[in-house]
Design a protein around this ligand. Sequence first.
Ligand code: BDP
Length: 688
Amino acid sequence: EDGYDLWLRYQPLAAPVQAELRQAAAHIVAPGARTPTLQAAVDELVRGIGGLARQVPAIPESAESGAILLVKPDTLPGNLKGKVSFDGLGQEGYRLLSLGGAQTLIAANSDIGLLYGSFALLRHLQTGGGLQGLDISDSPRLQRRMLNHWDNPDRTVERGYAGQSIWDWWKLPDHLDARYTDYARANASVGINGTVLNNVNAKAEMLTPRWIEKAAAVADVLRPYGIRVYLSARFSAPFELGATATADPLDPAVRDWWAKKADEIYATIPDFGGFLVKANSEGQPGPQDYGRSHADGANMLAAALKPHGGIVLWRAFVYSETDATDRAKQAYAEFKPLDGQFADNVTVQVKNGPIDFQPREPIHPLFGAMPETSVTAEFQITKEYLGFATHLAYLGPMYEEVLKTDTFRGGEGQTVAKLLMAEPLSGIAGVANIGSDRNWSGSHFDQANWYTFGRLAWSPEGSAADIAREWAAMTFSRDREVIDKITGMMMASREAVVDYMTPMGLAHLMGTGHHYGPAPWVNDLARPEWNPAYYHRADAGGIGFDRTATGSNAAVQYAAPHAALYGNRQTVPPELLLWFHRAGWDEALPSGRTVWAELVYHYDRGVAAVGTMRRTWAGLEVRVDPARFRDVSDFLAIQEQEAIWWRDACLAYFAAVSGRALPPGTRLPAHPLSWYQAQQFPYAPGHP
Ligand code: BDP
């Protein structure tokens, strides 16, 4: 096994269960018009049951028993009319129902619901469930469950660690790689229903006819799986492509160009989803270049898409050069005043935290702060700041932490998940970690991040631990002990990364540009907020970013209960202490340790946790297939070395700035600080 099959391996079940399944699922019956979507559902069941039961089911027109029936209200066989309720399933939901007499129903109001139901049934079987007494209904809580590819037309992937872009642009539209279909299957299996094909740092060319044709070819493959294609749009495209003299969103010629562009796209991709836009952010063009607001820019594009039912996902990831007093405040400062000004087919796409996909951040203060504006959450699935593909960091707990955080907006209990679910244009986006690598994500365990993103997008109040178990069972083994061990590793892994990279609310200590490896000492970059030192502010007196009233006062951007909680040194959650407060090195913490000793404690704990993961994995040698076992072992060895590198480099640096020695009994860094500082690796690091 090489990881290509992801969680859709369909390995044979234990012999007795196999035999039962052969009986109960000897036939797949799918009455009604065989649309491509219904065909995909049937094909998946044939493939899945063929693997799990080692017997390929037949596909008769009807069967009285030993059958899985895929039915919609209008294709329900006569004897079942009036007996099966489709209530509450909506357009994408499904119901799995045992009828007795060895008949199992997959019921839905639409073909896509049947496809989701088929995947759900296979998941149920793969994770040890049977077909007796089944009655499970489920439907997605968010309308748009999207991947954002940061893929470039030259097939490089911004912040991609899994090879080249999955989109083989040179061969599109004429050659459709079989991988696109497997990509669609994998996404549909978790309910992802939208994908932005190209990087938010977009090229204007993506909107020219030849590229639209390529996108259309991908859209054709994805459509049967319920996945709509979107494109990132470069705001200055009409101007850059030489069609207009400006990109001013209020200029009639510009507006006309976009309207015609939308017509052209929809003529080729009738179900095109819309545009994702990064504007006036990190050098990207935008409406502010013409003295207009984000709302002016977004609404202009929204007007072009509106007649076709498309939407604009307008990103709130902005931080300007001129106001660098606190980068964490800028998105809120710019967008909050625009609340109520966005068209109804615009949603503002907000990163999970106010800085940038750090191992831990508080939630973004914009969640719930724009009641008159639709907000979509953006997570990163690719691990830009969490050790790329080699470090094992299961992001489920991070997503869950964000989604379950109470925003206190409009009362208590308004978690991020609840707010997202209540949006009229509800959605969630994840920056994809998918590439051309055989195992899709650059590492076997990074597949879990794609999986958990999809599962939580479907059901934002789900549990990361449950999802980890499910994934482990499908991806590695159905043996309970193996599942327990793998789940244990996964659930501890993200906190381990936080500990050995940026504990206690620290952030952005990574090396310049690539964001790999420690560089807390860097303080000479052109913009203040590009420097790690800007974030940790360590000196002889203490460490941490004062975001309370005595500092940047970013804490007051949160709802009052949070502002109070975060702003107070006594009540701030310990994991966010240095995000919101500056603390003296010798100040005592509730743990009984000083701030300095606590920092050392966390770095050590992170390294130790990686050691534990390695040992756990080593114990699974005979229980996991050899190639994947070896891959993971190698990566864990790299991770352990690099966790030590992080710990040693950071502690050597903080010891130097604080003027404090490591507490007695603590292992000294392997090298002097100057050695770590000299590690320059524009292309790739060596052995730290
Ligand atoms: C940062 C990445 C950068 C992206 C940017 C974004 O470092 O490559 O372009 O986010 O989200 O995390 O636009």
